[in-house]
Design a protein around this ligand. Structure first.
Ligand code: AMP
Ligand code: ZN
Length: 474
């Protein structure tokens, strides 16, 4: 029997107990990246939190099968079917073909996806692999009366649904309706403002590079249809959990539900998991803004990608998270201290099974309680402080790392192969660096300077660098 697991279901707008259709098994679908540019660290936050969800479900005893698409066609610069295809814009920008762009950015995406400790989905499917499936679904939707052809394009008729805005409260519905009304680029082919494109033929983008034959003429699919089809291709008529960032709720997921449930004639997915955005001081991070901060860029600056993961896991997936180099520097210090403590643990005898199980239970409770990853990390600290032997602590670090994926033991091994410094002195240094960072944050520069002097007295010199505070013995 799997452990009780709860998380916030956007569909019911509350934290709910999770009950999959099949005992102990989870079918999960994740919206993948649009590969017209690098995935920024905000996108990667979303995939880290989904990875934490999958591994937490695993820790609670569930067997998860996960499918992800790669959007390589049809996602226009506005989610509301207007603007230019993002892939085409990317190809023009870089004087390459759309397929070259797709390959390059898919590879770059997975490089960063892997670097932050994520497990690859069981199935990854590019949208351009599934054109016959899209055409079949669009044909069926027309046959069932949910879709119509106008001006050469095929549209989903949202007026055929009892409740189109499935995720929204009454107030939010009002706001969305106003938003849709205010959409300046009106498409006169649409019967209703909320209708969306299932298949484009006559668009204003005559130079669209990827086109396929279809019953409605040569064209290409709308963005939303791919997720409905790809999930059904690999997971069947029902899925347990559908994941994405909060920006996917409307219109993307709203439209996915509209077309999937109309096609199937029954409820499609019961639980919707959405993680909140990473922002920087200027606001939401966005690929289309141009300069993109990626995990690889952080790595080039000397940051460990797993420190970025640690930074993400310390905050709750439902809260917006603000990125700054200062915050990442602090995470680096805390991470290094953690690794140091793990490196000091010795294989000192038998594991205390009862103590281990007790801590594992607390850890499981934390991650199963609306994915409380910061509490899970607190429990890791509790273990390191606990009155149990080192062998038990090491076993617990390894056990927790099956969810956290911070490679603490690997890092600790790397450390013990480094220069030999008295462990107590090193602990003192790391602690002093943290106290100094806190003092600086509180604008208490006198204390910060005093800590620097205190370290110098012990023969330790510190330097503030882009990669965080570095120290050396002098
Ligand atoms: P995209 O490649 O733009 O389709 O986005 C890939 C994933 O990243 C989607 O699930 C988005 O919801 C998510 N996402 C987009 N912007 C952010 C952000 N600033 N922070 C976190 N996740 C984001
Ligand atoms: Zn999707």
């Amino acid at each position: 029997m799997a452990h009780k697991f709860t998380f916030y279901n956007t569909l019911s707008r509350k934290v709910e107990e999770f009950n999959p259709r099949e005992e102990g098994k989870v079918s999960m679908y994740t919206c993948g990246p649009t590969v017209y540019h690098f995935a920024h660290i905000g996108n990667i936050r979303t995939y880290i939190m989904q990875d934490a969800l999958i591994k937490s479900l695993g820790y609670a005893g569930y067997d998860v099968k996960r499918v992800m698409n790669i959007t390589d066609v049809g996602h226009l610069s506005s989610d509301a079917d207007t603007g230019e295809d993002k892939m085409l814009a990317g190809a023009k920008r870089e004087h390459k073909t759309v397929m070259e762009i797709a390959k390059f950015y898919t590879d770059a995406f997975f490089k960063d996806f892997d670097a932050v400790g994520n497990k690859r989905p069981d199935v990854v499917e590019p949208a351009t692999n599934c054109i016959p499936e899209f055409i079949h679904m669009v044909e069926t939707l027309i046959e069932k009366g949910y879709a119509y052809v106008a001006g050469g394009n095929v549209y989903f008729d949202t007026s055929k649904l009892q409740d189109y805005y499935v995720f929204s409260s009454e107030v939010e519905k009002e706001q969305l309706q106003v938003g849709v009304r205010d959409d300046v680029e009106e498409d006169t082919n649409k019967k209703n403002k909320t209708d969306f494109v299932l298949w484009f033929t006559k668009s204003k983008f005559e130079d669209q590079a990827l086109k396929w034959d279809s019953p409605w003429g040569v064209g290409y699919p709308g963005w939303h249809i791919e997720c409905s089809c790809i999930s059904m291709k690999h997971l069947g008529e029902f899925i347990d959990i559908h994941c994405g960032g909060v920006d996917n709720i409307f219109p993307h997921h709203t439209n996915e539900i509209a077309q999937s449930e109309s096609y199937l004639g029954h409820e499609w997915c019961k639980y919707w998991f959405h993680s909140n955005h990473l922002n920087d001081k200027s606001g939401k991070m966005s690929k289309s803004k141009g300069a993109v901060l990626t995990v690889s860029v952080l790595q080039e600056k000397g940051y460990d990608p797993l420190v970025y993961r640690f930074f993400c896991l310390q905050s709750h997936y439902r809260k917006p998270l603000e990125f700054s180099y200062e915050a990442l520097d602090q995470a680096t210090q805390a991470f290094n201290k953690l690794v140091k403590r793990v490196a000091e643990l010795k294989e000192d005898g038998a594991v205390d099974v009862a103590a281990k199980e007790k801590f594992e239970e607390s850890f499981r409770d934390a991650v199963s309680n609306d994915l409380n990853t910061s509490m899970a990390i607190t429990i890791l600290y509790d273990v390191l402080k606990a009155d149990i032997n080192d062998a038990t602590k090491l076993a617990l670090v390894e056990s927790f790392d099956s969810v956290l994926s911070l490679d603490l033991i690997g890092h600790a091994k790397g450390l013990s192969e480094g220069p030999d410094v008295d462990p107590e002195l090193e602990m003192f240094i790391l602690d002093a660096i943290e106290r100094r960072a806190n003092a600086k944050k509180a604008k208490d520069f006198a204390t910060a300077d005093a800590i620097r002097a205190e370290l110098l007295e012990k023969g330790v010199e510190i330097k503030d660098t882009r990669e965080g505070v570095k120290w050396q013995l002098i």
